[in-house]
Design a protein around this ligand. Structure first.
Ligand SMILES: [Zn+2]
Length: 131
């Protein structure tokens, strides 16, 4: 599975400014009321090339995943945001046995000493974070 890593490249600055502030900011086409991944280059619905940015709820579900055989194992996932777009991200606070399609997740933000803040996803229940 190809797990793309977003890098700050000018086009994605609002995404990284968002994660630094603990907000999940993705692309949105106002005209179509459709949401897109941060690296989307245009709206296939109306052809708009200059998509806006908007804050997503952070709610997501698990689509697919891969486990890197490290100690501890690293979980890389493709998640579907409640608003629709798909995002590659790491999972945290999960065990291999927890993983199933449709698992409810919630965005959390990591702020490493070096490099960009990034988003990862943790399991979520009605009662709050599983951890
Ligand atoms: Zn559009």
């Amino acid at each position: 599975m190809d797990v793309g890593v977003l890098r700050r490249d000018g086009r994605t600055d609002p995404f990284f400014d968002g994660t630094a502030a603990g907000r999940l900011v993705v692309r949105r086409c106002e005209a179509c009321d459709r949401w897109f991944a941060p690296d989307a280059s245009g709206c296939p619905g109306c052809g708009e090339e200059d998509l806006g940015w908007a804050e997503a709820s952070g709610a997501a579900t698990l689509v697919t995943w891969t486990v890197l055989p490290k100690e501890p194992p690293v979980f890389l996932a493709l998640v579907e945001l409640a608003e629709g777009p798909w995002l590659h991200a790491r999972l945290d606070g999960v065990e291999r046995a927890d993983l199933r399609e449709g698992l409810a997740l919630r965005a959390e933000f990591e702020h490493p000493d070096e490099g960009e803040s990034y988003v990862l996803f943790r399991p979520w229940t009605e009662r709050g974070s599983v951890r």
